[in-house]
Design a protein around this ligand. Structure first.
Ligand code: ADP
Ligand code: MG
Length: 243
């Protein structure tokens, strides 16, 4: 067995709102293998985003350990975390989180600016990424000039451009119609498989979990069960040939 890329040990997260305590994560332990596509499935408010944010170093646990690539990220300070995220992770969000004033090409180039990569190289790589997600004729479009599906493709290109080992996606198809959902899921999972990346997808949609190697069912801040998906992977473009 390989060394896990992510280890969550007895993680608890409590938010305090005035006098009220909200237990977002009760006591969670989970390991994720390198190159795994893992789905975190649960209803709204079950703690999925909190868990994802914890694994991405965006939030600190109240208690417990978060070990990524053998490093304890719960012990890092903000500066170390920022560097860690820059070097290791990519993000895809439900609301795309593109910068409205920038073109598709500029949005996708952004992570490379922070890495100090020269402009010419950035533009070439961003162009290649946008071609790979099927948007080579939208390089100069701003987010408002693109459909939701196209904006999500731009955000996928941005998440993958620095070839991160781990990509986190929080409800990546939450704002998309069914057809676009399958297209976006096909794209994001095939990109991760192609480059041997670990992909963690948060969703409340059981159909999405068909894309994963494993589905972690989350309920009330705990893991309810973990299901291995050994069957045929559901892919939107294969649905017809299966029926
Ligand atoms: P999910 O992503 O599964 O919908 P979340 O992880 O966002 O759920 O939230 C889990 C619980 O924690 C919810 O009850 C939510 O209201 C609460 N929560 C999440 N973030 C915060 C926060 N920043 N402050 C207070 N409560 C929060
Ligand atoms: Mg959420």
């Amino acid at each position: 067995m390989s060394t896990p890329i992510i280890e969550i040990k007895n993680v608890r997260k409590v938010y305090r709102m005035g006098d009220e305590k909200i237990v977002a994560l009760d006591d969670m332990s989970l390991t994720i293998e390198p190159e795994e596509v893992c789905c975190l499935l649960g209803t709204s408010g079950s703690g999925k985003s909190t868990l994802l944010n914890m694994m991405a170093g965006l939030e600190k646990p109240t208690r417990g350990e978060v070990i990524i690539k053998k490093r304890h990220i719960e012990k890092m300070n903000e500066k170390q975390l920022a560097k860690f995220r820059q070097d290791n992770v990519g993000f895809v969000f439900q609301s795309y989180n593109l910068l409205a004033t920038l073109t598709a090409l500029e949005n996708v180039s952004l992570p490379l600016i922070f890495k100090g990569i020269p402009r010419k190289v950035r533009e070439r790589r961003a162009t290649e990424m946008l071609e790979a997600v099927g948007l080579k004729d939208r390089l100069s479009h701003k987010p408002s000039q693109m459909s939701g599906g196209q904006q999500q493709r731009v955000s996928i290109a941005r998440a993958f451009i620095s070839n991160p080992e781990i990509v986190f996606a929080d409800e990546p198809t939450g704002n998309l119609d069914t057809k676009t959902t399958f297209e976006v899921m096909d794209l994001i999972t095939s990109m991760a498989k192609q480059h041997n990346q670990t992909l963690i997808i948060v969703t409340h949609d059981t159909e999405i979990s068909g894309y994963a190697d494993r589905t972690v069912h989350i309920r009330d801040g705990n893991i309810e069960k973990i299901i291995e998906n050994k069957g045929v992977k559901m892919q939107g473009n294969q649905v017809e040939s299966l029926v």
